[in-house]
Design a protein. Structure first.
Length: 473
C-alpha cells in the first residue's frame, strides 16, 4: 500500500500535519507490518468539511444513480477480494480460509445485500393523508473495531451510501489496512469525491473529535461498551443520533430434544471461530443436567482437535489473538476462571505446543461454571467456552437473560420448541440450529449491547430521517 501514512479525504490521499505514527503489528509474528499516522482534530475537521460539501449533491442522488455506484463498487471489490483477505489475515490474524470465505467476503456481501434492499426501497410514499419521506440523516462519523474489521466497516458504509449520507470513517488503529484498501476500492469506483473519507488514529483523539463535531449528524459506532458510552456522551452535546454495536455474552441453550453431540460440537466450534473474537460468539453453553457430562466430553474433544497455528497454514482452524492487550486480557480471565473454582477441562494459560511467537491461546473449555462467575459475566473475546448446567427450561431462559448484554442468542432443538424459547430471550438476534441469513437479518443489541440495528433493510433505515409533508386534503 502506497498511502499508508496518508488519509483519504475528498477523493485524494492527503498528508496530515501530525508526526505521530502508530505501528501495526502482525499478531502471528509480533513483527511490524506497517505504520499509520495518528490523526488529529484538524484532520477530522478537514474530512468533515469534505463530507459536508459532498452531502449537498450526494443526498439528492436518485436511486438509479446510487444503484450504478453500488454496481461499480461491487465490481472493484470483487477484483480485489483475494487482496482484501490477505490484508485482513496479516493485520488481525484470521486464518486464510476464514479471511477468504467470511472476513473479506462479508464486506462484499454487505454491498450486495444492501444493493438488493436499495432497489426496492421506497424513499417517498403516500401515507394516511400525507406524504412520508425518508431522507439521508446527513454526515455520519463511523468508528470500528479490529475483530471483523471490513465486515463492520462495510455494513456501515453500504447502508449510509444507500441512504444518501456522506461519511468520515475512523477504523481501528489495530487493523486499519483493510479499511484503507476499501478506500482504494471506493476511489476506483464511480463514487463522487468527498462522499467517503477516512482518518486514522486513536479513539480518544480522532474518535472523540468525530463524536464531538458539530457538523456530524450521526455517529455509528462498533466496539466495546466502554468506548460506546464515551461516544454517546460526547455526541449528546449536539443531539446526534448514535447507533452503538457493543459487546455480548451470548447464551447457547441446548434443549433436550436437540441432537446433543452435533449441537455441542457445532456450538463449541462456533465459539472458537475467529479465535473467539466475535461480539456475538456463543460463549455460555447451557446444557441440562441429563446431558451435561456428554456435553463436557464432546466439548473437550472439539477443543483438543481445534488446530491453532499460523494463519497461512491451510490446516489452521484458528489463528492468533489480534493484539497483545487482548491476548493478555484473555489469559487473565482464564486464570480468574481457575481461581474462582470453575473446572478447567482443557486449554489454559500455557502457550499452545510449538508456537513460541505470536499471540496464541489454547482453545479452552470450562465446566461447572455458574452464572455469577467472572468468566460467565465478562466478555472474554477469546477461544474460551463456559459450560453451565440448568435443571429446567425456565432456569435456562433465566440464565440466558441474566447478563448485562443482549446482542445474540442461540437455541438448539426441535424448531417450534426452539422458536418458543427464542421468543423469551432478550437479545437482538437469535439463531436456531445454525440458521444462516446474518447479512440480511437485523443485527444489534438489547441492554448494554447497544442501540440500533445494522444489516439489510433495517440497517439502511438507521441512516434516514423521517419527514411528513402535510397538505390540505
Ligand atoms: P474498542 O472499543 O477499544 O475500540 C473500538 C473502536 O473505538 C476503535 O476504533 C477505537 O479506536 C475506538 N475508540 C476507543 N476509545 C474511544 C473513545 N473514547 N472515543 C471514540 N472512539 C474510541 O473495542 P475493540 O477492542 O476494538 O473491539 C472489541 C469490542 O468490540 C468488543 O467489546 C466487541 O464485543 C465489540 N464488538 C461489537 C460488535 C457488534 O456489532 N456489537 C462487533 C464487533 C466488536
Amino acid at each position: 500500500m502506497n498511502n499508508e501514512l496518508k488519509f483519504y479525504i475528498n477523493g485524494s490521499w492527503l498528508e496530515s500535519n501530525s508526526v505521530e505514527q502508530i505501528e501495526v503489528l502482525n499478531p502471528a509474528t509480533e513483527e511490524v507490518l506497517g505504520k499509520i499516522t495518528a490523526g488529529t482534530k484538524e484532520d477530522v475537521d478537514i474530512a468533515v468539511e469534505a463530507a459536508t460539501h459532498a452531502f449537498q449533491t450526494y443526498s439528492n442522488f436518485s436511486k438509479d444513480q446510487k444503484i450504478a455506484i453500488f454496481e461499480s463498487i461491487i465490481k472493484e471489490y470483487e477484483a480485489r477480494l483475494p487482496e482484501m483477505a490477505e490484508v485482513i489475515s496479516d493485520e488481525m490474524g484470521a486464518p486464510m480460509w476464514l479471511s477468504n470465505v467470511a472476513q473479506a467476503a462479508s464486506g462484499l456481501g454487505h454491498f450486495k445485500t444492501t444493493l438488493n434492499y436499495l432497489k426496492s426501497f421506497e424513499f417517498e410514499k403516500d401515507d394516511d393523508g400525507f406524504t412520508l419521506r425518508k431522507e439521508p440523516i446527513g454526515v455520519v462519523g463511523m468508528i470500528t473495531p479490529w475483530n471483523w474489521p471490513i465486515n463492520q466497516v462495510s455494513t456501515k458504509v453500504a447502508s449510509a451510501l444507500a441512504a444518501g449520507c456522506t461519511m468520515v470513517l475512523k477504523p481501528s488503529e489495530i487493523s486499519p489496512f483493510c479499511a484503507m484498501l476499501l478506500a482504494e476500492i471506493l476511489d476506483s469506483s464511480s463514487l463522487p469525491k468527498g462522499v467517503f473519507n477516512l482518518v486514522n488514529g486513536y479513539g480518544p483523539i480522532v474518535g472523540a473529535a468525530l463524536s464531538e463535531h458539530k457538523s456530524i449528524d450521526m455517529m455509528s459506532f462498533t466496539g466495546s461498551t466502554r468506548a460506546g458510552i464515551a461516544v454517546a456522551q460526547a455526541s449528546a452535546k449536539n443531539v446526534k443520533r448514535v447507533s452503538q454495536e457493543l459487546g455480548g455474552k451470548s447464551a447457547n441453550i441446548i434443549l433436550d430434544d436437540a441432537n446433543i453431540e452435533k449441537a455441542v460440537a457445532a456450538g463449541v466450534s462456533h465459539c472458537f471461530l475467529n479465535s473467539g473474537q466475535s461480539c456475538n460468539a456463543p460463549t455460555r453453553m447451557l446444557v441440562s443436567e441429563a446431558n451435561y457430562d456428554l456435553a463436557i466430553s464432546v466439548a473437550k474433544e472439539v477443543a483438543e482437535k481445534t488446530i491453532v497455528g499460523d494463519p497461512k497454514d491451510e490446516n489452521t482452524r484458528i489463528g492468533p489473538i489480534s493484539n497483545k492487550t487482548q491476548y493478555e486480557k484473555i489469559l487473565r480471565l482464564i486464570q480468574i476462571g481457575i481461581d474462582e473454582g470453575a473446572s478447567l477441562i482443557t486449554g489454559g494459560v500455557e502457550r499452545p505446543d510449538g508456537l513460541e511467537k505470536g499471540y496464541y491461546v489454547k482453545p479452552t473449555v470450562f465446566a461447572d461454571v455458574t452464572n455469577d462467575m467472572t468468566i460467565a459475566k465478562e466478555e472474554i473475546f477469546g477461544p474460551v467456552i463456559c459450560l453451565i448446567k440448568y435443571s429446567s427450561e425456565e432456569e435456562a431462559i433465566k440464565i440466558a437473560n441474566d447478563t448485562e448484554y443482549g446482542l445474540a442468542g442461540y437455541v438448539q432443538g426441535e424448531i417450534s420448541h426452539a422458536t418458543e424459547v427464542a421468543r423469551q430471550i432478550r437479545a437482538g438476534q437469535i439463531t436456531i440450529n445454525g440458521g444462516n441469513r446474518e447479512n440480511a437479518a437485523p443485527f444489534g443489541g438489547y441492554k448494554m449491547s447497544g442501540n440500533g440495528r445494522e444489516h439489510g433493510r433495517i440497517g439502511l433505515e438507521e441512516f434516514l430521517e423521517t419527514k411528513a409533508i402535510i397538505a390540505p386534503l
